[in-house]
Design a binder for this molecule. Sequence first.
Ligand code: MSP
Length: 528
Amino acid sequence: MPGESFFITTPIFYVNDVPHIGHAYTEVAADVLARWHRQRGDDTWSLTGTDEHGQKILRTATANGVGPKEWADRLVESAWKPLLDTVDIANDQYIRTTDPEHERGVQAFIQQLYDDGHIYEGIYEGYYCVGCEEYKTRDELIETKDGDYAGELVCAIHSRPVEVLKEKNYFFRMSDFQQELLNLYGSQPDFIQPESLRNEIISFVSQGLEDLSISRSTFDWGVKVPWDESHVIYVWFDALLNYVTAVGYGDPERSGPAGTGEFRRRWPAVHLVGKDIARFHAVIWPAMLMAAGLPVPQRVFGHGWLLVGGEKMSKSKLTGIAPQQITDVFGSDAFRYYFLRAITFGQDGSFSWEDLAARYQAELANGFGNLASRVIAMIARYRGSAFPEASVDVEIAELAARVTADADDAIGRLAIHEAIAHVWRLVDALNLYITEQEPWVLAKDEAQSARLDQVLATAAHGLGTLAVLLSPVMPKATAKLWTALGGEGAVQDVRLQHATEWKAQTTGSVQALEALFPRIEEQEAGAA
Ligand code: MSP
């Protein structure tokens, strides 16, 4: 139902390094969902931001000879906020864990858990991976046989030695919530998606949960534990809370009395995360919320990894590709389209320049772009740019209505690749329609004038539907197409539900359209 609250989040990213296309992938997926819901008229809020505390950031800053806050400021301004422009993200909010409102919210939350008896003092003795910022068990580690770390225990993800800790920490009684979590997974089957991840999490929690160390005392880059300032709060405990502090949790002015404040209005959220961090979101996070008596998230969706050479792309393994390398050549629309269309959302996907270039040419330039240019050019040539007034061929009209409904349904299931594929049925059908109807032949015969009007109206009408439906995925190209069709106002203001009835909102004449997806010279693509 339009008008419902839709609150979508991305993970907040570590500022130890600059973004790569894996980070941009999550951003783009969340942005397409947010734009889609906004265009449906839902009460949408999209949140992203940066995770700035913890040992990893502290060490990077120190190695670079600056303080951690200065380092974070530098990376946020020079790399993380600019990423949003690079891939055209229309987020509603950007949170930093160093924001004072967030820090206050984190302290209010942990104090409540402490007062309610969910936290106790103990000794943590075990392994820790600073790369993951995660406590590890022995069976999560690999004993290396050769290379730089021969004989050492390394993290399976980072391939770097873990640290052995023995320190006094505060612990969260997470084990108390095992049954409640299993009940949640059972009663809300789409709480964790996709299914494979859900099964993995259920089996993990079924094996029993340990209490979680939630403070550190050997360094001080973090939010202070309010009742014991010699400790800082564990970076993940701090980071997960961004999802609620962003919308006013812990701020009496914004969260307000029950049922009225911003927090009540927005929460719970849909969390998009990489599958590597799904456990934090589907186990620790709901347990924290249960302890505080707050509603759990609506969904946790773990998407797959972008692989390069068969491995998870990562900066630490030097396989990172900067998003701008791609957008400089292909543009942000193509970036957004490619990653969401080519990869089944929820599964891993391999990136290759060849595949990107091939899809750009076949689907965007030849498939969609060329269709748009041809139709607009024919209306200009045969009808002096006047938008043809004629009824639309029934088959195309029906298909347009069907793909609108199918795409909306797919988005509701977070199957973004499927939504785009549905819309593309209309792109393909219109291309075939033009080929079969041969408007250039009709144009030569005065007796076929009414039929030519109908063919051009059908094609132009279909293009308008495409502009509306694809605007969440490719905001720039669809804005140009909308203007060329004589659309009034901004295309993203046309309700998706009206994607087939958009004609009421036009000036009545078309305008020239530059190529939506210009040809890319091979040397340009190769140089990237
Ligand atoms: N700071 C934590 C998240 C805290 S959320 C409360 C963190 N940050 S991170 O900078 O390491 O970013 C992790 C996220 O980046 C992943 O969950 C995923 O969304 C994205 N990706 C990082 N590498 C990726 C790929 N190679 N492929 C796809 N997504 C990837 O973890």
